[in-house]
Write a protein that binds this ligand. Structure first.
Ligand code: ADP
Ligand code: ZN
Length: 743
């Protein structure tokens, strides 16, 4: 077959990154194809990075012009780009970021690109809508309603009001506005649908900073003014004023004309935070998380690309937005485990923030009261700058912490609140203050046991127990989310009425609290008890305002919410996190306990925290109580260093899963036997072993664990190793670089 000559000359973009019509371009799509495909540039040419629509077989798909075409295919058969989409081209540093993130996490590029193309309506034509502005002529007859409309436009003329918004703001019907349009007193204007965000003013007055805070701000501003990459660990107990410090860093970034991103671990936190941003900068920032509408998402994505959103507050996926010029990324509560995406593309937003910033000449601020050992050790090693706020802002002092030795307490069966804790709560309630009882377990009881046959009720699809949720009147699997009604009879032996709840969950604790403190107004805070983020936010605000006397909560309450009236925190089971073999068990318990205790005494009244424990002499419990954080981190670092585990060694978890248990073990055994590429870099391979949760959603799971020295080229070796095997189509393989959990 005769080959058409390849016009390779055309395929190099001009200096400014433009390809002429007919030039070969490589288009990367989100289809799992393994490589970018060649297309011809359409009429008018196309820019490198442009979002385009291309034919793929009988379909049309979206993609990005990744660079010059490879030119290894018959030119005559190559199809043209169907159209160039109406969106700013993906910037070079963004393409580089996706590539590097894919290399690091061993994620195929199409899956990585999907994270960078989460823009609803990306293919839509630019659409227009009507907005209303002040006209020149006064209406002949002025009414109250008309005057209000004109006043709103005079006061907020910079904002683009839609008909509904204007009518609502003025408290009139839309016919009043339309009447004014006819008279020429109000103009109706066509504008693009996606409007820029209101500008933020970094020069509005800031709070008077303490000396500590001012020094921190000054240090951060050096990096921002310098316009180069750098990471800073901003450490300080809850309430020490870290947020105020990084907001001033945001201000400096805005003054430099660059964009800033603040990552928060949980949606519930954003409302309190948005209010603070508005108070500081005079307008609300853009938001990016699961709670925003598609229309808002589309607008936000586009405005970020155009540079018309100066500040974004969001969840981890906000890292993949198309910033025009990102100058600062703040990762608040940087130790939070929710920054690790555990599904699909396995990435740690904290680490990706550092990567992204390094490619953008941007600064990173990692803020936490209890940093991850990773960040702590990077600061020790001098890779990160370290700033510390040592005291709580204003009068607030850290709570006094002590243990309740459960070996000396008498508890009736099915009860978990010790007499010592009860009298402490009684005293707070009598003084008109708030108390919090913390237990890190959702639902009513972790185990449902049959008293006749001794069997526990398990999930049909997973190797996990079903947890009773009495509030929902159902049993729920916390692995797969499967629920079923609470059975009358035991699923194993059929005995009726013999199922009983074993152990405490937050709902059961609430029941006990209602019995012990009959006059207290109770509030239960657990993520599964709220239909929506908004409902949760409202309840949290109500509690903060004094709407409850006693709060019963799970991990949800540990995260940054402000409860000014709260003066006592009781931890029901401080030992819970210490069980299990997770390498981060001590670190996590330490962080969680300190965070929870930090909820008490945030305002003027001193707080205290009491930890119920059966092992008060355990080193972690002693470190929590002693408050010598550096000593805890140093001891923990020494232990990990000796074991050669993260952050002083590298790890990768490999999970193989299949509906067929024989198949999954066979493949895993084969992989373990043939691991020359891993041996070549001195890595050790452990397993195969059944994963701690050996079955999820009907798939059997087997784990392999790779351990290597820090600095070893783990990703390259893993890729080479995995490529040797032809995997059956029923089998799934997931590689988790730097695993955070081992399930
Ligand atoms: P963190 O982020 O460390 O938990 P915040 O920045 O939220 O601490 O500060 C705790 C409280 O103290 C907040 O209510 C904040 O508004 C207040 N605060 C912090 N710094 C100042 C300051 N310099 N002037 C006035 N109030 C401040
Ligand atoms: Zn399940």
């Amino acid at each position: 077959m005769a080959q058409t000559p390849q016009p390779t000359l055309f395929s190099t973009p001009s200096q400014d990154g433009h390809f002429e019509e007919g030039a070969l371009v490589a288009v990367l799509t989100t289809q799992p194809l393994g490589r970018a495909l060649d297309y011809k540039a359409p009429e008018g040419g196309v820019w490198e990075g442009a979002f385009v629509e291309v034919p793929l077989g009988p379909r049309k798909v979206f993609g990005v012009v990744w660079g010059p075409g490879a030119g290894d295919y018959d030119y005559a058969k190559i199809r043209s780009v169907s159209r160039v989409l109406d969106a700013a081209p993906m910037r070079e540093e963004m393409r580089l970021f996706l590539t590097r993130a894919a290399d690091y996490t061993l994620t195929p590029m199409p899956a990585m690109l999907r994270l960078g193309m989460r823009a609803p309506g990306l293919g839509d034509p630019p659409s227009m809508r009507h907005v209303y502005r002040l006209g020149e002529t006064e209406p002949g007859r002025m009414t109250d309603a008309r005057a209000r409309v004109l006043q709103v436009l005079r006061d907020y003329g910079g904002l683009a009001f839609t008909l509904g918004e204007l009518a609502d703001s003025a408290g009139v019907t839309s016919s009043v506005v339309k009447g004014l349009v006819k008279l020429g007193s109000v103009h109706e204007v066509e504008t693009p649908r996606d409007l820029p965000f209101a500008p933020l003013d970094p020069d509005l007055p800031s709070k008077d900073l303490s000396a500590d805070q001012a020094a921190g701000v000054a240090a951060l501003c050096v990096g921002i003014k310098g316009g180069h990459y750098g990471t800073t660990l901003l450490k300080g107990v809850t309430g020490s004023g870290k947020t105020e410090v990084y907001l001033e860093a945001v201000a400096e970034c805005l003054r430099a004309g660059r964009q800033a991103l603040v990552l928060l671990p949980e949606i519930a936190l954003t409302s309190e935070f948005l209010t603070r941003v508005e108070a500081r900068f005079g307008a609300r920032p853009a938001e990016w998380h699961s709670g925003i509408t598609m229309t808002e998402r589309r607008r936000t994505w586009r405005m970020i690309a155009e540079g018309d959103a100066q500040l974004v507050v969001g969840a981890r996926s906000a890292l993949f937005l198309p910033y025009r010029d990102l100058g600062l990324i703040v990762v608040d509560e940087e130790h939070d485990t929710s920054y690790k995406q555990e599904d699909g593309v396995l990435y740690n937003a904290r680490d990706m923030a550092v990567l992204r910033a390094s490619l953008n000449d941007a600064q990173v601020v990692l803020a936490s009261a209890t940093p991850s050992l990773e960040s702590w050790s990077n600061a020790q090693a001098g890779k990160y700058q370290r700033l510390e706020l040592t005291s709580r802002f204003g009068a607030a002092v850290l709570p006094d912490m002590r243990a309740i030795d459960m070996r000396n307490e008498t508890l009736a069966s099915g009860h978990w609140i010790s007499p010592s804790l009860k009298s402490a709560v009684d005293a707070r309630l009598a003084a008109g203050e708030q108390a919090l009882l913390f237990i890190n377990r959702r639902g009513y009881a972790p185990i449902t046991l049959c008293r006749a046959c001794g069997q526990q009720v398990g999930c049909d699809h997973c190797d996990a127990r079903m947890v009773e949720h009495r509030f929902l009147k159902r049993l729920m699997c916390h692995q797969c989310g499967e629920t079923k009604p609470m059975p009358e009879a035991c699923p194993s032996c059929g005995a009726v009425g013999r199922l009983s709840a074993v152990g405490p969950g937050v709902e059961r604790l609430a029941e006990e609290a209602a019995e012990l403190f009959p006059n207290a107004r109770l509030a239960v805070l657990s993520s599964d008890l709220f239909g929506s983020a908004r409902a949760m936010k409202e309840q949290i605000e109500a509690i903060a305002a004094g709407g409850a006397d006693l709060i019963i909560g799970t991990q949800l309450v540990a995260k940054g919410h402000n409860f000014p009236l709260l003066t006592l925190v009781g931890v029901i089971d401080a030992d819970l996190g210490l069980q299990g073999s997770d390498l981060r068990a001590a670190e996590r318990t330490f962080q969680l306990m300190r965070q929870v205790a930090g909820r008490a005494g945030r305002a003027e009244k001193p707080g205290s925290a009491m930890l119920q424990t059966y092992q008060p002499e355990h080193p972690v419990i002693r470190a929590i109580l002693g408050g010598d954080e550096e000593a805890f981190w140093e001891a923990e670092a020494a232990e990990r260093m000796a074991a050669g585990v993260p952050p002083y060694g590298r790890m990768a978890g490999i999970v193989l899963s299949s509906p067929n248990i024989q198949e999954v073990f066979d493949v895993a055994t084969d992989m373990a036997r043939n691991c020359a590429p891993l041996r070549a870099i001195g890595a050790e391979l452990y397993g195969p072993a059944p994963a701690p949760i050996a079955r999820i959603r009907g798939r059997h799971r087997v784990r392999l664990l790779v351990k290597a020295q820090k600095g070893a080229p783990v990703q390259r070796a893993l890729a080479e190793w995995v490529a040797q095997f032809k995997l059956p189509s029923t089998l799934r393989l997931a590689i988790d670089i730097d695993p955070q959990s081992f399930y």
